[in-house]
Write a protein that binds this ligand. Sequence first.
Ligand code: NA7
Length: 494
Amino acid sequence: MSTQQPLDAVIVGAGFGGIGSAIQLKKLGYQNLAILDRHDDLGGVWHVNRYPGLAVDLPSPTYSFWFETNPSWSRMYAPGPEIKRYAESVAAKYDVRRHMRFNSKVESARWDEDDKVWQVAIADGSTVTARFLITATGFLSQPCAPDIPGLADFGGKIIHSADWDDSYDLDGRRIAIIGTGATAVQLIPELAKKAADLTVYQRTPIHVVPKQDFAIPKFVQHMFARVPVTQRLFRWFTDMQCTLVFLPAVKYRLLRPLVSSTAKISSLQRFFAIRDKELRKKLSPDYDFGCKRPTYSNEYYQTLSKPHVRLETLGIERIETNAIVSADGTKTEIDTLVLATGFDIWESNFPAIEIIGRDGRNLGKWWRSNGFQAYQGMSVPQFPNYLGMAAGPFANSGLSFFNMIEYQTRHMDRLFGELHRHNATSFEVTDEANAHFCDRMDKLQRNTLLHLGNCAGSRSYYFGPNGETVLRPTTTRRVLAEQATFPLNDYSFS
Ligand code: NA7
């Protein structure tokens, strides 16, 4: 397929970032869109991830579009399938589903300077041409399998958390799980409910704090629907909760004691849940709370103290056809191996597709030789008419993905408004504006937990291969405010 007339825009990714940017483009008057996604339905991570226990790790009122609040969240921390349904309902209501093309894996996008369009190549050999390119490829979309000798020869069932096999019955299985990140913290209690025995292979312990989760009663849901201001108020409260967790990480120099008090809460939770001192010690992180993504559970520690659950911390030497062998030679026979080993962010996600801008600049290569960077977390010099939505360098601010989408769509609003005022066809951030922005981020980062805290032993995906970090080192409020004030001449229009 090759379109003759260029589309207004191609959006890569049909998750919440893609849905949010499509809604914004339509609001701006662009109707001729293609939202391309390699999977067979919308929802991004909420379509792909289906493991037992999957739930959002933020209060659901905060984890939703600010313009489309959902009065019907069943729980404070909504289960995964409910979030997927929310994505479907938003896409239907704002009529963006009809722009979506599934099973369309985008391989590359190249700026065509003569025609001032992006040529977007799809894996099936077709090309789509568009004036604007938006990547909304997310942050956690490239699953990682561990490089452990013998893994390929394992004779039982292997399931990655991001590729769950719903038809596989876990009842009475001898299960091992590798990884103790946020996914495993949700998954382990569910596996333990079914397994005959469960062995958890931990490389780095994680701070787990109590989850204030509860069912939202029906009468409250009705009140939210009938009197929307009550829901707004509730959201304000859950937003503040998230801010309180995030703020000490950004203002670490000032708020360091808050970081250690949260670590103490995690340690108290371990103390009350686990009698065995040795086990408690093995589960105690030796890095600051916040170096890794905050993790919430009321069941994780309790599960690890159950008689049929065992924690292994010595490291894995090899995998055999029916067993895992630990570094001390202990052999654990299993029939099911669950990989909760996370995602590759730095190698295959920045960017997720090959993007070639003006004068042949290759975004991935340029980032790797000049540092990962994007003005306001969105645009890069020599990449005209391109916006990286969720989630490139300096894009992530606060804990909720939706905060990021909100400020990014506000950015689009002003940027495209200015494009129209200039009667121009293309925009591009200037080198000076980008350099100034990156310098500012660099300075602000020096006050954050990731730079000043004790993160050395955390093995956190917040850090890149050279120890770099690209989380936005400012509060969500500040990032939102900047979208109303960034100098419009930070962009050139032609
Ligand atoms: P994470 O947070 O990246 O966790 C991956 C886990 O897998 C982590 O405990 C890793 O240990 C472990 N891992 C990875 N490779 C290995 C090998 N080779 N051997 C042993 N252990 C290994 O991914 P999640 O899926 O849990 O969470 C991703 C996000 O989803 C989360 O932040 C939320 O936003 C939702 P390590 O810590 O590297 O020692």
